[in-house]
Design a protein around this ligand. Structure first.
Ligand code: PEP
Ligand code: MN
Length: 340
């Protein structure tokens, strides 16, 4: 339920509504707006209905929020997209486009620093790189772990690019909180609710990837798990879903982007690398993502993809990155957005 206050409602009236709501055990969120304050009551709507809030001083109306996701819904943010900064770079809000690039996995110091320099020179906004990798086969390379985080920190030191890296397991929480600038939740963990709650508590922005077979409602409910920990800096990531089509690794659901824009205030990032599994498709899909209103893309880059330990076929060649970035930025520029 949402309680919309009148424009002249004061602090005392808002506090009184909050107090009465809290008696029912619902999660209460006060959202001051330019004209009016809205108070979100998340939880049992029946209990809230019996409170008779409509009669309280300063209350304009009580509106049911019928969607299964609550905190992520656009209504909860006064129909405004949310925007936040990651180390000075603006994400969301419609004036910037975020270009996240880097290796799938940190394989060595040299490989990571080389790619970091190349993506920095090409104008990337942030550096991606996996230290803990979720691999389909338990026998595949699972990443270097904490030493990889140290390498990423060195790359950040040199290039100034914030680090995006995956949080795979709650036992790595301290290390991830120490090194990451953006905490990535991988597609395979989108519904790992215990992990989402811990991610929400790390105090860092979260990039939440859509599960391989998850609906958009499920993605937004997963985002609610992070948001309810008081972390408002969440970006969603469409990275391709399972369909009957096997020509591409996954099927990039581009319609997810404008749909999410209608239903959530959270920024939306597209991952054309994991969606396609084929570097030749990464640029057209990256441009398409910009065209349908994505707030950014995340792409994999390797100096020598033939010897990459993970996801080589989808990695862009480092030498091609600057041209790629310029062409994607041109598309983002068509609706007035600049890479930041
Ligand atoms: C990744 O970004 O390296 C990754 C493993 O992606 P996803 O979780 O989307 O498969
Ligand atoms: Mn990868």
């Amino acid at each position: 339920m949402m309680i919309v206050m009148t424009p002249d409602a004061g602090e005392a009236e808002i506090a009184a509504v909050r107090k009465r709501l809290e008696t029912t055990g619902v999660h209460v969120l006060v959202m001051p707006g330019e004209l009016t304050t809205a108070i979100g009551a998340i939880g049992d709507p029946e209990g809230v209905r019996t409170l008779g809030l409509e009669g309280m001083a300063g209350v304009d109306r009580v509106v049911p929020i019928s969607r299964p996701y609550k905190l992520a819904s656009l209504e909860l943010n006064h129909h405004e997209p949310s925007t936040f900064e990651v180390n000075g770079r603006r994400v969301g809000g419609g004036s910037t486009f975020c270009l996240i690039a880097g290796p799938c996995t940190v394989e060595s110091r040299e490989q990571t620093l080389d790619v970091a320099r190349v993506v920095k020179a090409g104008g990337a906004s942030m550096l991606r790189g996996g230290a803990f990798k979720p691999r389909t086969s338990p026998f595949a390379f699972k990443g270097l772990g904490v030493p990889a985080l140290e390498i990423l920190a060195e790359a950040r030191e040199e290039t100034g690019l914030p680090i995006v890296t995956e949080f795979l397991d709650t036992q790595h929480a301290d290390a991830i909180a120490r090194y990451a600038d953006v905490v990535q939740i991988g597609a395979r963990n989108m519904q790992n609710y215990a992990l989402l709650e811990v991610a929400g508590k790390l105090g860092k922005p979260v990039l939440l990837k859509r599960g391989l077979s998850s609906s958009l409602d499920e993605l937004l409910m997963a985002a609610d798990y992070v948001l309810k920990e008081g972390n408002e800096r969440v970006m969603l990531c469409e990275r391709g879903i399972r369909t009957f089509e096997t020509a591409t690794r996954f099927t990039l659901d581009l319609s997810a982007v404008p749909w999410l824009k209608l239903h959530t205030h959270l920024p939306v990032i597209v991952d054309p690398s994991h969606a396609s599994g084929d570097r030749r498709l990464v640029e057209p899909l990256g441009r398409a993502a910009a065209a349908v209103g994505a707030d950014g893309i995340i792409v994999e880059v390797h100096q020598d993809p033939d010897v990459a330990l993970c996801d080589g076929p989808q990695a862009l060649y480092g030498r091609d990155f600057a041209d790629f970035a310029a062409r994607v930025a041109a598309h983002a520029g068509l609706d007035g957005r600049t890479v930041a």
